[in-house]
Design a protein around this ligand. Structure first.
Ligand SMILES: [Zn+2]
Length: 67
């Protein structure tokens, strides 16, 4: 698909599982691996695991909004 991104195959630390992954998406300045992204999508909001995801994702939002 995006073969032009091959040179960017650097490992980044996923904000949720905190493992070094190559594939994923960027949320602001943070990185979310595809595994966690898929799991997040499939996890019901009533699942305790969802709260864990939210807790981890809180690290993504840099507290810069002081309005
Ligand atoms: Zn992950």
């Amino acid at each position: 698909m995006n073969s032009n991104l091959a040179h960017q195959a650097l490992q980044e630390t996923c904000v949720i599982c905190e493992e070094q992954k190559v594939k994923g998406i960027h949320l602001y300045t943070s990185f979310l691996c595809v595994d966690c992204e898929n799991e997040l999508i499939q996890t019901d909001t009533s699942d305790p695991k969802y709260k864990y995801f939210l807790k981890q994702l809180k690290k993504v939002t840099v507290p810069e909004i002081y309005s």
